[in-house]
Design a protein around this ligand. Structure first.
Ligand code: 4AD
Ligand code: MG
Length: 461
């Protein structure tokens, strides 16, 4: 007999018929001559109740079941008298697949702290919180592909090992090779990458520059993959390894890009609400009781636009005492971003035209010679969720900017070639996927919205 998923059971119109279900025991209790076992298989937030009667030959097995055991049950699907469930399985056969010693199994029926769960990242997917997180994350990842695919964008896979620092920032992970055939040397660690590639290489911070290559051939492209930053920031919004979505569009300016970003965010959030109603309701109930209404508000209104200069004026005249200084020319800190979105605007804000000196070399210079066509999308609670720009398509201006940034034009010869041969206006942005999931679910810490977070001093799993 084939296994039926718990989700598919609850999606059925009517009870009746034999089913075979498998999963992990959440709880078990006995009442009179029957035992009730709640199992989960992760396909839905809902547990399925298995009822075993004392007269069943498998009843003695039930007594051995604890939280965390894995079981297989066969029986009739009947309507349940229980308050919270539509159906239950009247087991005619029960098999234990794997035991879990109750003295040692770390997950118990009580509510564990998120900090504790991070230490057992191999078991936390079995909790309601991380099951819900994994399903919402999956739905949002799928929504990202749907959004671009339906608009005719091509999905481009950009390399993870690179020789260039796309952001001109310089906080990258170096790639080295390990000679496993020759372990005695330095515990097997041999820094021979330069032998391998002929030059030093790093883990990519962004697929943008490679995406630009494809945009200047296929017009509308996007990437979606892991990116790496060695910044030592121990905050609730930074990871050393995170996933980024980077659309890059030829024949597009900053206004077109801001529209794309707005449509994109609205689509991804509405998919989370439509496709994961129970999981989103769970986050709303246990983690942030404004999570759903915030998303609905975003979907049903338009984003605010501010220039950087306007944002600075607004902050300067706010009368707030910020930890970091505010003044034209300094970058906005997350406290400033949050003040603008939460206290002043109350919805997402697109901030444009930042000073050239605090932004990357590839952003298009404005006529004022001081600001560039940059765009950050800020949201309440998180701050920056998207960073992007119209790109500098003029070869001479780009060369100037690279010189000012101290970059070696020879290293970027291919990037300059794109401006030499058939250059066109183009624009693109990067959306931090974990910040987006964090925002949608209302989770406080970015470490709790990625299966295996990589942060300073944390790479256990
Ligand atoms: O603003 P960033 O650095 O932009 C770029 O990398 C551009 N090359 C993107 C482009 O134009 N194609 O990063 C983009 C987004 C940020 O807005 C933020 O959401 C996320 O990536 N991000 C991080 N998320 C988690 N942990 C970190 N350390 C992050 N750094 C950036
Ligand atoms: Mg940024």
């Amino acid at each position: 007999m084939q296994r039926t998923r718990v989700k598919d059971i609850f999606d059925r119109e009517t009870a009746g018929g034999e089913v075979l279900v498998q999963g992990w025991v959440k709880t078990r209790r006995s009442s009179g001559a029957v035992s009730f076992i709640q199992i989960s298989d992760g396909s839905t937030l809902k547990d399925l109740q298995i009822v075993v009667e004392q007269s069943s030959p498998d009843y003695p097995l039930v007594e051995t079941l604890n939280t965390g055991c894995s079981v297989c049950a066969t029986g009739e699907l009947v309507e349940s008298e229980g308050r919270n469930q539509k159906y239950e399985v009247k087991a005619s056969k029960l098999e234990v697949l794997g035991q879990a010693d109750p003295e040692e199994y770390p997950l118990q029926k009580k509510r564990h702290t998120l900090e504790f769960l991070r230490e057992i990242a191999h078991l936390r997917p079995r909790t309601n919180t991380f099951g819900a997180m994994a399903r919402v994350r999956n739905t949002m990842a799928y929504a990202i592909h749907s959004f671009y695919q339906e608009r005719g964008f091509q999905y481009i896979q950009t390399p993870m090992i690179t020789a260039s620092d796309a952001e001109g920032a310089g906080s990258m992970f170096r790639v080295t090779t390990l000679d496993l055939q020759d372990p005695p040397r330095q515990n097997g660690l041999v820094d021979s990458t330069e032998d391998f590639f002929g030059q030093p290489t790093y883990l990519t911070v962004s697929g943008q520059l490679e995406a630009e290559i494809f945009a200047l051939a296929l017009s509308d492209v996007y990437t979606f993959g892991p990116t790496f930053r060695a910044e030592n920031s121990n905050t609730s919004r930074h990871l050393a390894e995170f996933w980024m979505v980077e659309p890059e569009v030829a024949f597009c300016d900053l206004d077109g890009l801001a529209e794309l970003a707005e449509d994109f965010l609205k689509f991804v959030f509405s998919q989370a609400l439509d496709k994961c109603p129970e999981d989103m309701a769970f986050f709303n109930q246990w983690y942030d009781n404004t999570a759903i209404s915030t998303l609905e508000g975003i979907i049903n209104s338009s984003f605010e636009r501010l220039t950087y200069t306007e944002a600075v004026k607004l902050l300067e005249s706010s009368g707030e005492s910020f930890e970091f200084p505010v003044s034209w020319g300094l970058d906005l800190q997350s406290e400033h971003e949050r003040y603008i979105t939460e206290k002043r605007v109350g919805k997402p804000v697109v901030v444009t035209d930042y000073p050239k000196d605090i932004k990357a070399f590839y952003m298009r210079m404005n006529d004022d010679g001081e600001t560039v066509r940059a765009m950050d999308v800020l949201v309440p609670r998180i701050g920056e969720i998207i960073g992007g720009s119209q790109r500098e398509e003029r070869q001479d201006v780009l060369l100037d900017r690279m010189k000012q940034a101290g970059l070696d034009a020879e290293t970027y010869w291919w990037y300059l070639d794109l401006r030499r041969y058939g250059t066109v206006p183009h624009a693109g942005f990067g959306l931090g996927f974990e910040r987006t999931v964090q925002f949608a679910t209302g989770m406080q810490n970015i470490r709790d919205v990625i299966p295996f977070p990589r942060t300073p001093n944390n790479v256990e799993f």
